[in-house]
Design a protein around this ligand. Structure first.
Ligand code: AMP
Ligand code: ZN
Length: 306
């Protein structure tokens, strides 16, 4: 959403004190700085309130709440936590991008949060009241963030520093129907996550798009190992279908027109500019990167149903 402050944080247009991030959820310190460690947990996708948030997203947010809360207790010396959600302006919601407040608690910290649930108080105003005494000198949020932030899980080392590694997936709801694609590109330990969707497309087109978009982000002359679960995409290269199609003026052996010629041509351009090698992975199994691409591609489809 264009004018949403939390969407701007998700897109990196406004900075935040990041505590936690995964593909779908972001956790960061509340700038109110009204209780030590006051954290906001939001879905990356915009929903005004919890009322309209889809259940898959809601459970992802709650899983993150539990991870962050557990981290505060297990690794940061807290003893428990409170969570709070304001749904709707009349319930005290001031930022219309659904979020959960999480306040880590210590034994005897004298923080009382429960009464803000009564709906008369906005969480912030109450938190301010009750935290004035413990925090006459408010802590520096950057320092709080350094203490509390969750270590990013060490990324699986995919590349050898010479070759880019690209995982891709496409998905479609109905064929044709609304579709999504996703690509995770890794190089020198850095990861780029790309995704997009189309209202009316096919599964094969989305599989192709995922690879094209991923490759478009690699500088010319570089080597890329592509991992896709699409036999259609991978076999076109490994079994020389593409060479045959081109030789036959984009006709199949049955003399029919080759489908998706526009995308195959785009993909060919990319493979000419780079040194690309294709690998077939088993879909929907235990490959984390393939599974993440699958979830991201499905999320793109979901956007058309919202
Ligand atoms: P609510 O009243 O439940 O909508 O809570 C919104 C919260 O967002 C408030 O506690 C604000 O302090 C917090 N907030 C607003 N802008 C930012 C921002 N740029 N970074 C972090 N927290 C923010
Ligand atoms: Zn938003």
């Amino acid at each position: 959403m264009k004018d949403c402050i939390f969407c701007k944080i998700v897109n990196g247009e406004i900075p935040c004190y990041k505590i936690y991030e995964d593909d779908f959820v972001l956790g960061f310190l509340d700038i109110a700085n009204d209780a030590y460690g006051h954290t906001l947990i939001i879905p990356k996708k915009h929903y005004d309130t919890m009322m309209t948030c889809d259940n898959t997203t809601l459970s992802r947010v709650m899983e993150a709440v539990k991870k962050i809360g557990n981290h505060y207790v297990e690794d940061c010396g807290f003893d428990g936590w409170n969570i709070l959600n304001n749904t709707g302006e009349d319930a005290g919601q001031s930022v219309m991008h659904m979020h959960i407040h999480l306040v880590p608690r210590k034994k005897d910290d004298k923080t009382i949060i429960s009464s803000c649930m009564c709906g008369k108080f906005v969480c912030n105003s109450l938190l301010k009241e009750i935290t004035i005494s413990p925090f006459e000198n408010k802590p520096d949020l950057a320092q709080v963030c350094n203490v509390l932030k969750m270590e990013e899980k060490p990324k699986a080392v995919l590349d050898d520093g010479k070759c880019h590694v690209l995982y891709t997936d496409g998905a479609c709801s109905g064929n044709p129907g609304a579709g999504g694609w996703a690509a995770i590109l890794s190089f020198k330990g850095k990861e780029q996550v790309l995704s997009g969707g189309e209202k009316e497309t096919t599964n094969n087109r989305m599989e192709l798009m995922a690879v094209i978009k991923g490759l478009e982000n690699v500088e010319s002359g570089q080597s890329v190992e592509v991992h896709s679960d699409s036999a259609y995409v991978v076999n076109a290269f490994l079994q020389n279908w593409l060479e045959n199609w081109q030789r036959n003026n984009w006709r199949t052996s049955g003399k029919g027109e080759v489908l998706n010629k526009d995308l195959w041509q785009k993909l060919l351009l990319e493979t000419k500019r780079l040194n690309v090698h294709f690998n077939k992975v088993k879909g929907h199994s235990d490959n984390d990167f393939n599974n993440r691409c699958d979830a991201l591609a499905r999320e793109e489809i979901q956007k058309f149903n919202d």
